[in-house]
Design a protein around this ligand. Structure first.
Ligand SMILES: [Mg+2]
Ligand SMILES: [Zn+2]
Length: 187
């Protein structure tokens, strides 16, 4: 079984863009590829886990989310790095597109995406990490025994100032590259 680092997408791997609905609005951080490559070399599977309530709200299509993930994967691979899997939750209880309007076990803070990835990729969740800019990212990791790093990009700075009961991070890092360095030190 492999250890993994689960990366939140918006505000962590790429810039927070509200509801990302066009590839022209998709912006990598300058260190995104380097961070993924460092985790690859450290022997971690790297898996993106992202809540995409915009699908249930009718703002973005599943086809666009898949297109965005192919684009991210291509850019990461062009830099000599690799993302092992992309998982998204299209659901939202207050959504408007009937097929996606429901409570589910995959919308973070629920850990369904991590569990699915663990089955698909043979991952050891208890030896894995989550990196995200929201407390719900950290909570999803905690729910399966993974350690969590809050980053100060995206809305992370605001989150840091408003701790959620029971979702303390194991570390707080300025950016994903600092989070990767901290994780590699623990390994
Ligand atoms: Mg985020
Ligand atoms: Zn879901």
């Amino acid at each position: 079984m492999k250890r993994a680092v689960f990366l939140d997408r918006d505000g962590t791997l790429i810039e927070e863009a509200g509801y990302l609905d066009r590839l022209e609005r998709l912006a990598f951080f300058p260190y995104s590829v380097d961070a993924v490559r460092a985790l690859n070399r450290g022997g971690f599977a790297v898996v993106v886990i992202t809540n995409q309530a915009g699908i249930a709200r009718g703002i973005v299509s599943e086809a666009f989310v898949s297109e965005a993930h192919r684009y991210i994967a291509t850019r990461i691979e062009a830099g000599g790095a690799r993302i092992d899997g992309f998982y998204y939750c299209p659901h939202y209880r207050e959504g408007t597109v009937a097929e996606y309007v429901r409570a589910c076990d995959c919308r973070k803070p629920e850990p369904g995406m991590l569990r699915r990835a663990a089955t698909d990729l043979d991952l050891d969740l208890a030896r894995s990490f989550v990196v995200g800019d929201r407390w719900h990212d950290i909570a999803a990791g905690r729910a399966v025994g993974a350690r969590g790093v809050l980053v100060r990009t995206g809305i992370g700075r605001t989150e840091e100032g408003a701790p959620h009961p029971g979702s303390a991070a194991d570390a707080v890092a300025d950016t994903l590259i600092d989070a990767a360095a901290w994780i590699l030190q623990q390994a």
